[in-house]
Design a protein around this ligand. Structure first.
Ligand code: GDP
Length: 467
């Protein structure tokens, strides 16, 4: 009887009500109290209400149609990311639409040889990884902008690591070739040193010399993006209820909540009932990146929608559903479960839990971000760390660099479930705060031997616990 179960639970210190979710340990204790044994068949994965309702189903191969690539521009500050995005935005709209772009909606689409390419309008790997942190990976191709006169800089290296750890292919735009001090070979050599081998040197990274100032090479760059997209065989089913990702959202004083949706599957239509997190509603206006009213948006297309009840979160999914009631019910359920479904950091790796996770077969790789005070010691450290790879676990250095531990390191570690090691460097205040929120294991050392020793012990389950 329910009353008995609840009484027992209270005895176990769980103030349960009728619809309480209880954890595995409590289940076992409770069953034990009743003289029963629990057999856990499968640990339930945390799934969203939308998934539970089967909204995010897989399409059949024959329903899939090619879709435009979604591109993010990354690179070091001042290397020309914004300039490049502007030039592309203004030089590749169809003549009928020329001059039509009046507002920033977070993404825009251009026509290249009658094919479409969608650009995310917020450059930088910070934006890229903050979307990943929310579980959204919408970028198909990264354009890495490197200034030909400045070469590879710290944020160039960060961007490479962020794109690589997300498995997003990189096309390099070597920018500012109009400058007299531009030196293509030097830049290529530096990129090679950082793991990107130029195609014309026998590697597989496309590198296109461009100038955002003179517009030289921009067409070549876009053609390369199309070529890469073709190789990726990007596809989606346009004929289903839409699923998209919120890429920007705000409250407009006159119009109410406005959100830019990047459609991923299906076609989002005027009049559709939609839900995203707590927010639901019926689309009462759709506007494209040229500020034109539209009736629908297919896969890889961005659109601003009006009609939501609340401002949704960037990075969250949005679903078109059958009717208004369904949308509202899902939004209500999301509200109810909001406390439980907050970003789940329980399965973060740390040196403490590493061994258990390896034992349970959950972890086959340990991802590490390494930062140090000088290049030589970072390299020496990496060499020693990768040697710790054994049959059970492979050590992956997903990013390394010289300098203090910054927010980029933490967000990368968080998005890739990595730990962060600092040798003779410390995290800055922002990094400390972010690491706390994201529960990223950050360790700093003054002696290389101690690092190796700790990782080795952790891999073998012999780490001395720290307080
Ligand atoms: P971001 O920080 O990467 O977004 O860089 P910006 O696009 O803001 O560009 C930084 C500076 O470089 C600006 O003063 C631009 O005018 C300049 N710049 C960008 N691209 C080029 C280029 O191709 N040639 C030259 N000469 N200057 C450029």
């Amino acid at each position: 009887p329910l009353a008995q179960v609840i009484t027992k639970l209270i005895g176990l210190g769980v103030m349960a009500s009728q619809n309480e979710v209880i954890d595995e340990d409590t289940c076992i204790l409770l069953a034990d109290d009743f003289g029963k044994e629990i057999n856990i068949v499968e640990a339930e994965e945390e799934i969203s209400i939308e998934e539970e309702m089967g909204l995010n189903y897989e399409d059949k191969e024959n329903q899939l149609k090619p879709r435009p690539p979604v591109v993010t521009v990354m690179g070091h500050v001042d290397h020309g990311k914004t300039s490049l995005l502007d030039v592309i935005k203004h030089s590749h709209v169809q003549t009928s639409e020329a001059g039509g772009i009046t507002q920033h909606i977070g993404a825009y689409t251009v026509n290249v040889n009658n094919k479409k390419v969608t650009f995310l309008d917020t450059p930088g790997h910070e934006a890229f990884t903050s979307m990943r942190l929310r579980g959204a990976q919408i970028t198909d191709i990264a354009i890495l902008v490197v200034a030909a006169d400045d070469g590879v800089m710290p944020q160039t290296i960060e961007a490479i690591s962020h794109a690589k750890s997300a498995n997003v292919p990189i096309i390099v735009a070597i920018n500012k070739i109009d400058k007299p001090s531009a030196n293509l070979d030097r830049v290529k050599q530096e990129l090679l040193d950082n793991g990107l081998m130029p195609e014309d040197w026998g590697g597989d990274t496309i590198m296109v010399p461009v100038s955002a100032k003179t517009k030289e090479g921009i067409d070549d760059l876009l053609e390369m993006v199309l070529l890469e997209a073709e190789m990726l065989e990007l596809k989606a089913n346009p004929n289903r209820k839409a699923i998209g990702t919120i890429i920007e959202a705000r409250l407009d004083k006159g119009k109410g909540p406005m959100a830019t949706v990047l459609v991923q599957k299906g076609t989002l239509k005027f009049g559709d009932n939609v839900v995203s997190g707590f927010s639901s509603g019926r689309i009462r206006a759709m506007i494209d990146d040229k500020n034109k009213q539209i009736k629908k948006a297919g896969p890889s297309m961005p659109a601003v929608i009006l009609g939501l009840s609340d401002v949704p979160n960037a990075g969250d999914l949005i679903y078109a559903v059958e009717d208004e009631k369904t949308a509202r019910t899902i939004a209500d359920k999301n509200k109810e479960s909001s406390r439980e479904s907050r970003i789940n950091t329980n399965n973060r790796v740390s040196l403490e839990n590493l061994f258990d996770r390896i034992k349970e077969g959950e972890m086959k790789e340990l991802n590490i971000v390494v930062k140090g005070d000088v290049k030589g010691s970072v390299e020496a450290l990496i060499q020693s760390l990768v040697k710790l790879t054994n049959e059970e676990v492979k050590i992956n250095i997903i990013h390394s660099g010289v300098g203090g531990i910054n927010e980029s390191d933490i967000s990368l570690a968080s998005a890739s479930n990595a730990i962060v090691i600092g040798f003779n460097v410390r995290p800055n205040i922002n990094a400390i705060d972010l690491a706390r929120v994201e529960e990223v294991d950050v360790r700093t050392y003054r002696v290389i031997y101690d690092i190796i020793n700790d990782i080795e012990s952790a891999v073998k389950g012999m780490l001395t616990p720290t307080i």
